[in-house]
Every structure is written in C-alpha cells, then in structure tokens.
Write a protein that binds this ligand. Structure first.
Ligand code: IVH
Length: 672
C-alpha cells in the first residue's frame, strides 16, 4: 500500500473515531452501536501496528477508558448555590414563620418583613464580576460545582458584560434566573418539551453561536460571594441590582405579615397566566440581612426563605388498576394506574393512593373516574371519586395480606409520638431479607443525594439484580465488567463508563455514607449530625447491639424516633456486615468541623430561658466556634450558661463540681 494512501485512510479513520467519541461522551447521543465503535477502534489499532510510522495523538491507544465530558469545565462556586424549601398552603406558611420567630426568639411576632419575588421557572446562573468585568458565568450544577458556561451566558443581552457604575462592588457573584419567554418558546415548541428545557438546552450548547439563536433572558435576584456587603436588606440589594444595570422582576415587593403575603399570593396567582414567562410560586425572603445571617441554613436550604408554590393543576381520569409498591423502608404504597392524562404539560399515568385507610375513606374503586392533582415535583395523587360516573363493574380493592415480594406478614407500626398506629402498612422482614426492599435500598444507595453514581440508574439496578450481580450495596464495587460488557445493549464503552463512575464514587464523606445506608428517619440532615457526633468510620463500625444508643439523644435534632430506628438498624447483622465491607472498599472522609474556633475544646450547657435568641441559635453559635454542647452537668463541663429561671439542680451540681457559671451577657462578652 502506498504510504500517502495509508496516511489518508488512517486520518479519515481517526476523524471518524473522534466524531463518534464526541457523540457518545459529550453529546450523549451515539449514532453507532458500541460494537461498531469497538470495531472502529480495533481497526485503527491494527492499522497502527502494520504502519509503525502512523500514530496520531488522538489515537484510541492514547486514550485509556472513559474521559469525562469536556464540553464544559467544572467550576466551584465561591458560595454554595442553595435551593429553597416549599410551602403549599397557609398552614405551611404560618409554620415557616413560627420556626423563624422561635429560632430568633422574637417578641413582636407580627412585624417580620419579607422581600417577595416571583419564582421564575428557569435555570439559575451565577455571574462573577471583578472590577466591573464579567469574568465567569457558571451553572448551578449540584450547588457546589457548576459548569463554566461563560461564553454562552455572554450571548444573553440582559447580562451586562462590563459595569461602569461607581457603586458596583469590586468582587461579586450576581445570581439570577435564565429563562425563555412563552411567546418565544412557541417558535421552538417542536424541539423542546417545555420552556424550561428549551432554556436549559440552549444554555448548554457547545457552540455559543447556537445559544445566541434562542432568545434567552436574565433576571437577577441574589448574590453569592459579595466582598464587603454593607447593605442592610434584600430589597436594597434588588434596588442596587437595577442601578447597576441588571433586569429585576417588576413584581418584586416588600410585605409584612402572613395575611398580607397570602393576599398577594392570591392576587398574583390570578394574574400569572397573563405574564409571558412561567412562574411556579412566590419566594419569600426575610428582608433583613442581619436576621438572614442569624438564621443560617438547614442542609441545603436557608431558614430565612421559602417558595410558596401556586396551587396544583388538576384533571379527571379513570383508574385502570391498583397496584401496591414496596419502598426501601418496607412501606406498601397503593398506586392507581390511570388512563394517561396530561396535567400542565406532563403525562400522568400513576397516582398515589397513600395507604389503605385513604382508599377506604375516599371509597376508591378500580374503574372509578377520579380527580387527580399534580403539585410541583410531588407525585400526583387522587383527590376524590366522581361517584356520578361509577359503573356497576367498579371493583373494590383488597389490600394484600402478605408482602407481595417475600411473603412475610404485613404490620402497622405504633407511633410513640402520636400514640396511634401508623396508617402505612409495612413488610415485616428485616433489611435485605426481602428482595424488593433490597432492590429499593440499592437504588437509594446509588441515588443523586447518596453516592451519586452516574450512569447507574434504577433500571440498571433491576437488571443487575435479576442477573444476580448484586445483592447488597458493597457488590457494586466488585462487578465483573467482562460480563457486563457482553450484556445486550452494553459494550466495552458503556461498561468502561460505568466502571469510571463507580470508581469515582468511592470517595465519600461519612455523612454521605450514613445517608446512603437508607436508615429510616435518617435523612441528609440527621446523617450529618450523626457523622459529626461519631466522628469517624471506625466508630461507626463499632456500633452493635451493645452500643449506648441513648447517647444519640445528646444530639440536638435527634429524638426517640431516630434512636429507635438506629437501634433496629444496628440490631440487624446484615447491616453491620455491609458497613464493615463498605469501610474497606470506600475512601471515607471525616466530616470536618471547624476546629480552630474561639471555643475549641470548650464544653457548654444551657439552663433556663435565654433572651433575644433561642437555644437552637445559641447552640449553633457555640458549634460554629468549635465548642461542644453537653447534655448534663458532669466534670467534663466547662461552662454552664445560666438564663432566666434555671433548673436549680443543674446550678447546684455545677457549683458542687466547681464549674464556671456564666450569664448570657458574659457569654456574649466571651464571644466578642
Ligand atoms: S434565591 C438561597 N430567589 O429557585 C435562596 N431563587 O429552589 C436560593 N429561583 O435554584 C435562591 N426565583 O433557580 C431565589 N427570586 C428568587 C428565585 C429563585 C427563582 C430559583 C433558583 C433556585 C431555586 C431554588
């Protein structure tokens, strides 16, 4: 073969290889099968071994395994991008304020001022300006790391590239929502399912010229990093945003009092159809920055803000069948399979019936015409039956007497705080003794908030379970990729990609691991508290039936419900085995608590009522400064903070043990 010809042919093959590589990894839309792709690679390698002078830097022999998407660079947010809690009705909203009032120990409960802002249903972005120049634009990502999409964001006309205003901070992240107007979306309807997808798709185009083709808008509403913020209120910040040249929402308002918030919500809901972009609720933010700072965050949402969603969309449809679904905690949830119906642009074919009592109370039967509601991201549910449409054939549903997966008996648990039996029925078997529960537990283990194993979806868990590849979470780390590669619909590429994600997920923090174990009543926030309490993995491994579980009650936020659940989890040998195996496989990082604060190695206990702040807030202040809270007066205690009407027993004991008693004022002086 002539050399020139070989070179040309080789170059063409490499070009083809690069194209498919990109389609597969960066665009997630391969147009050839894995087999064909493997064949192409093999051809190139053979070519190279026959023509030793030929080897491109892009040769597959230079790229080992899977390379992560190179479309966008990852970029860490200087301040995390948080999400918002939701409220759906007046009661939720009153509770939201009650928690704030309690936490801050506010005397006058009726004068909390809120910045009220429409919640645009778009894509949030963070823009970094240094000396007035837009130097970086980042997508939200997982809140910690986003994608660097500066060039795409720069194509949006509402985003200033350079700000000359003298008052504009030297170093600031401006955050807001990127969205598309409904009238513009009309023209793109056949390309995207909804306006939000269109905005997201457009923003993540590889080529900014493609982004520019779709008319995106930007409205600013908050900040991330903000060098020397001297402003006092959110509403002042919004005013400044406008002066600096950003678009802000014309419907933003400052409102005091829950009744007034509810009034504005009602008015707004009535007119939201007339606004040319999707709004899914109102955001209420405590207006005073000082109070925001005191309130702080819970997991990944601020205590000082919430989103009040607009009421859900409803529709009528028919129940075709009722099935019972088994969840990872053993709960048996009846689900109505309904004739598919579109509710606010989403096709619904399942609706939850919650539990047996609900079915009986609403007298829901198979064949009934029912009204279904879909609120936000929550699973649609059946509201009521249209009895006028009930046919003679409508069939009563008989709830199973045994677990449909493992045949164990079904139980109702007694709830010690409500002093009643739960409405939910559960499979009585222990963790990992029931197949379906095991599958659901593994799904939880790999899910986004847990180990977050990319490309390992629920369907893959089911398939690997059926093939007996996995039985418990630790099996994920000893998968046989030679077998996986040969499965239908797989291939070397997809199997490499999975291996890459699984290997990546080995680095976890202790709280993530605890959360991913799927212990009932132990959500992300509780997992964090427990991780900080037990400090490291070897302490977790030591927990068995002899452990003093009541020591968990010392943690503020952990109560009897959680302790009972932890107890039953650790009484099960399977669970202990799994933790021991995982501890060998994973690289578990300790949750780092700031250790160098003012109160390092100092312990505190509070007795009596405090003034101007709650115990929860004082406790957070102590912990933020590396101090520790104890639950009783022992000789390990350094300070007893004595408020109004203290418990005499505690004060006496502290005196006996020569422990320092301090007033709230003295504590404040120590903090200064
Ligand atoms: S403030 C710390 N303000 O809602 C508070 N967010 O669920 C978080 N959003 O990712 C951001 N309008 O995309 C804030 N006026 C507004 C908003 C808003 C829409 C979105 C944003 C965020 C999500 C939080």
């Amino acid at each position: 073969m002539n050399v020139k010809y070989s070179q040309k042919k080789y170059n063409l093959k490499i070009k083809e290889y690069l194209k498919h590589n990109e389609l597969y990894y960066d665009k997630n839309s391969p147009i050839i099968s894995d087999e064909q792709f493997d064949k192409l690679k093999a051809e190139i390698l053979r070519f190279e071994s026959n023509n030793l002078n030929l080897k491109s830097k892009d040769s597959p022999s230079n790229t080992i395994g899977f390379k992560p998407s190179k479309n966008f660079q990852k970029s860490r947010h200087r301040e995390r991008m948080l999400s918002l809690s939701n409220v759906f009705n007046a009661e939720d909203l009153r509770n939201f304020e009650k928690k704030i009032v309690n936490y801050l120990d506010l005397k006058n409960k009726n004068n909390l001022e809120y910045s009220v802002e429409p919640k645009i249903d778009g894509i949030s972005a963070s823009l970094t300006y240094k000396k007035g120049v837009l130097i970086a634009g980042v997508s939200r990502g997982d809140g910690q790391d986003g994608e660097l999409i500066t060039e795409n964001l720069k194509t949006i006309k509402d985003i200033p590239k350079k700000i000359e205003n003298k008052n504009f901070p030297d170093d600031i992240d401006i955050r807001g929502e990127v969205f598309i107007k409904n009238s513009d979306f009309e023209k793109l309807k056949n390309k995207f399912a909804n306006a939000r997808n269109a905005a997201s798709g457009s923003l993540r185009q590889k080529d900014p010229a493609q982004t520019q083709k779709i008319p995106l808008n930007f409205i600013g509403y908050t900040y991330g990093f903000f060098e020397s913020n001297k402003l006092k209120k959110q509403s002042d910040f919004i005013k400044n945003l406008k002066n600096w040249g950003f678009k802000t929402n014309q419907f933003n308002k400052v409102i005091t009092g829950i009744d007034n918030l509810l009034k504005y919500h009602k008015e707004f809901e009535a007119k939201r159809d007339k606004i040319d972009y999707d709004i899914d609720g109102l955001v209420y933010k405590v207006n005073d920055f000082n109070l925001q700072k005191r309130l702080g965050f819970v997991t990944n949402a601020p205590r000082w803000a919430t989103a009040h969603k607009f009421s859900a969309e409803k529709s009528f449809t028919q129940i075709l069948n009722i099935e019972v679904q088994l969840g990872r905690t053993g709960a048996l949830t009846p689900v109505a399979k309904v004739k598919p119906v579109s509710i606010a642009g989403v096709v619904v074919s399942n609706a939850t019936l919650h539990n047996e009592d609900e079915i009986l109370r609403k007298d829901i039967r198979i064949g009934d015409v029912v009204e279904i509601e879909r609120a936000g991201d929550v699973i649609p549910h059946v509201i009521s039956v249209d009895l006028s449409k009930r046919s003679k054939d409508a069939k009563k549903y008989i709830f199973p007497k045994k677990c449909p997966s493992c045949g164990s008996s079904i139980i109702k648990e007694f709830n010690y705080s409500t002093k009643k039996y739960d409405a939910v029925k559960r499979c009585s078997s222990q963790d990992y003794e029931c197949d379906k529960i095991s599958i659901e537990k593994i799904k939880h283990f790999i899910s986004k908030d847990a180990l977050n194993i990319d490309g390992f979806g629920k369907k893959v868990v089911e398939k690997f379970w059926d093939l007996k590849f996995i039985r418990t979470p630790n099996d994920i780390f000893s998968l046989d990729y030679n077998k996986i590669e040969k499965l239908d619909g797989w291939g070397r590429l997809s199997s490499n990609k999975l291996k890459y994600s699984i290997d990546n997920s080995r680095n976890v923090t202790l709280d993530k691991l605890i959360f991913s174990l799927g212990i009932r009543h132990i959500g992300q926030e509780n997992a964090k508290l427990i991780a900080e309490h037990i400090e490291n993995i070897s302490n977790l491994e030591k927990i068995d039936k002899n452990f003093n579980f009541n020591s968990f009650l010392n943690i503020d936020g952990i109560g009897d419900t959680q302790v009972n659940s932890l107890k039953s989890f650790f009484l099960n040998k399977n669970n202990i085995q799994i933790i021991r195996k995982l501890s060998k496989i994973l690289k578990i990082k300790q949750n780092i608590k700031p250790k160098n604060g003012k109160f390092k190695n100092k312990t505190f206990l509070i007795t009596g009522k405090l003034e101007g702040l709650s115990r929860a807030e004082l406790k957070n202040i102590i912990e933020k400064n590396s101090g520790k809270i104890l639950s009783s007066v022992t000789n390990k205690l350094d300070y007893l903070i004595v408020g109004l009407k203290p418990t005499p027993k505690k004060v006496n004991k502290a005196n006996d043990l020569n422990i320092k008693l301090i007033s709230q004022k003295q504590f404040n002086d120590m903090l200064e």
